[in-house]
Design a protein around this ligand. Sequence first.
Ligand code: GAP
Length: 459
Amino acid sequence: MTQTEEQSVSTGDTPFVPIDKIVSLCKRRGFVYPNSEIYGGVSGIYDFGPLGVELRNNIRRFWWWSMVQTNDNVVGIEGAIITHPRVWEASGHVENFVDRLVDCKNCKRRFRVDHLPEENIRQNKCPVCGGELTEPRKFNLMMETYIGVVEGERMKTYLRGEACQNIYLDYDNVLKSSRVAIPFGICQIGKAFRNEVTPGNFLFRQREFEQWDLQFFVHPSQMQQWFDYWKERRFEWYKSIITHKDRLRFRAHGPDELAHYAKQAFDIEYQTVLGWQEWEGIHWRQDWDLSRHSEYSGQDLSYTDPETKERYIPWIVETSGGVDRTFLNLLIDAYEEEPPSGKDKEGRTVLRLNPMLAPVKVAVLPLQKNKEDLVTTAKELHSKLRRLMVSQYDEVSNIGRRYRRQDEIGTPFCVTIDFTTLEDQTVTVRERDSMAQIRLPMNEVPAYLLERVRWDYSV
Ligand code: GAP
């Protein structure tokens, strides 16, 4: 698709942002860089720059706060990336974690069968040149690695293909070491690795990426109730951090697309220039994981109800989303190019990120850099604020340009120190979205900002 075609695909008032614009902003302003760029890069692998790491940390912290800290029946873990290889046999990944691929006999292009239009599958025809396609072949997505130093005695294992496996492995330890009882959940944020056949669309489909998982353990009779509960809660959570609420929806998985472990699944999808795409999966994993690990490890992972003494394998509701997809979707959702207006003669690019997630919360700007009193006062305020939140001090170029620089990275507030400040100790506070400016006593600024950038979530 060309850029012009991409931009025209829009259902609402605002056109969808082409991914290229986000890629360019990310590189230019230090959100995301291609990994190993000086060596030509590695497809599907990225690094996060100074602003990217702030945004990413805020996204992670907010998820952790709303999933672990504010729920009495949910605890967290952080598992290792490498596990015993038997884990992946038990989980079904060695056998089933495959993409089916076809090659075009004419142009030699390779396609995932599940990404081909129905028509091309039926006619066995290449979607690019119309050539004949080969029979589908299976391609396992697990990344292999080796443990040990002595050649011949090294053990082959895998980088985890889904982060959640650690939760099943640690389930029994958590149960015995924490004061939890069913129903309860274990959360984790961690890296996962997949040899994706067609990585692409920037952070959307990578080979190294990060997932956040909740695995919620329940009595089978309560499965439906908890499945519905978490499904709704996760939807509301995503809705609370985006502006374009109409671009979020559920999609139920059809029987032919269910993962090998899932008995029922819904995707929370977000609509971008790429169409409707999965953001998080809500999976009815039933007793698949604990039963398989019991069978393969020989350890009994059943649960005994402390009251009724009933013994059973707990069933699992999984909510599994991508940190990187959240990062990308939030940038897409927040990005806007505003034409020149009465308020801003030049027009601006603005990231309307939720203030609590924005990488920089405040910029402190002396009106002029060659006036010592302004600079000293601004630096003093900045050094107070940076202990409370991420603050940037900027004295380079005219004030309008400095505002625009902050708008482009989503900074919700700019505080300007001007000549009136020197007389009455008040400052101008400018809000990013409305560009409205108010005058505040300087000593009230920290509390004013803290109130507006703190975690705010009541779903
Ligand atoms: N444990 C279940 C599981 O891994 P999944 O649907 O394969 O389910 C969960 O992955 C989430 O991880 C997806 O909704 C998506 O946000 C993210 N994700 C999956 N593959 C990804 C990739 N190659 N690059 C970036 N994010 C990915």
